[in-house]
Design a protein around this ligand. Structure first.
Ligand code: NAD
Length: 252
């Protein structure tokens, strides 16, 4: 269990769902994890769950849409841990809304959390990641970054943006020869606090499952395995790629 031994990983949205599952998995594999989230209470409950022998985990409250928060978080990591090897841009959310029902403020809020955050995180973390020599960026997109669904306009636009922005990051890092790889993960329908309310409605759950060949919802731990692979040296020849973890939804 040492696929991330000696590495420091920053995970946003780590107080819940896929981010929390990823933090747990990374710590199991020997990483010191920086859990970042705007949910202070959630962070306080998350950190004690991580295996900690020989590791230093930090919980940092931040809003991923605020550039000043990114500057503070990266500075804190440099001062306290001295390095950064992995950045997982995971924080995000969406809401079901038709284009007609979406205000400009709601559109901008979804774009800010899902897409601005990835740009800000990448820009601020890159110097430390480059210094690592084997840096890895894993950006959380979605199947909604690959195929559209009704009533998900802002979310689809943001996650599709994450998809191609990841490839641009990969190309720029390769050209710079800084050793940083960047890849995106595209989960399908995964049971987390984000989706709990929707999946609790039997008719909605049945609708989602009808389009999921594997016939069940995904679990956060199953997404964490894909993130772990892309964060570790096991994926050393992968950059600018997308990893779809969706129970077959987009195979149809
Ligand atoms: P979640 O709600 O369980 O966790 C998201 C975390 O992000 C929360 O802890 C929340 O506090 C944090 N967060 C939200 N906005 C933030 C901000 N501005 N600053 C800092 N932290 C913030 O959701 P999840 O299902 O684990 O989703 C994680 C990621 O996976 C998201 O990017 C989501 O879009 C993506 N995703 C989820 C699914 C799914 O079915 N659950 C499918 C595809 C993609």
């Amino acid at each position: 269990m040492s696929r991330l031994a000696g590495k420091v990983a920053l995970i946003t949205g780590a107080a819940s769902g896929i981010g929390l599952a990823t933090a747990l998995r990374f710590a199991q594999e020997g990483a010191s994890v920086v859990l970042a989230d705007r949910n202070e209470q959630g962070l306080a409950e998350a950190v004690p769950q991580l295996p900690a022998a020989g590791l230093t985990h930090l919980a940092l409250v931040m809003d991923v849409t605020r550039e000043a928060d990114w500057a503070r978080v990266i500075q804190t990591i440099e001062q306290r841990l001295g390095r950064l090897d992995v950045l997982v841009n995971n924080a995000g959310f969406g809401r079901f809304q038709s284009i007609a029902d979406t205000s400009l403020a709601e559109w901008r809020a979804v774009l800010a959390v899902n897409l601005d955050s990835v740009f800000l995180g990448t820009r601020h973390a890159l110097p430390l990641l480059a210094h690592s020599g084997r840096g890895a960026i894993v950006n959380m997109s979605s199947i909604r970054g690959l195929v559209a669904g009704p009533n998900t306009g802002a979310y689809c636009a943001a996650k599709a943006g994450v998809h191609l922005f990841t490839k641009v990051t990969a190309l720029e890092c390769a050209a710079a020869g800084n050793g940083v790889r960047a890849n995106s993960v595209h989960p399908g329908h995964v049971q987390t606090p984000l989706t709990a309310a929707a999946y609790a409605k039997p008719e909605l759950a049945a609708q989602f499952l009808a389009h999921t060949p594997i016939g069940r919802f995904g679990q956060a731990a199953e997404i964490a395995e894909a993130v772990l692979f892309l964060a570790s040296d096991a994926s050393s020849y992968m950059t600018g790629a997308e990893l779809v973890v969706d129970g077959g939804v987009t195979a149809q």
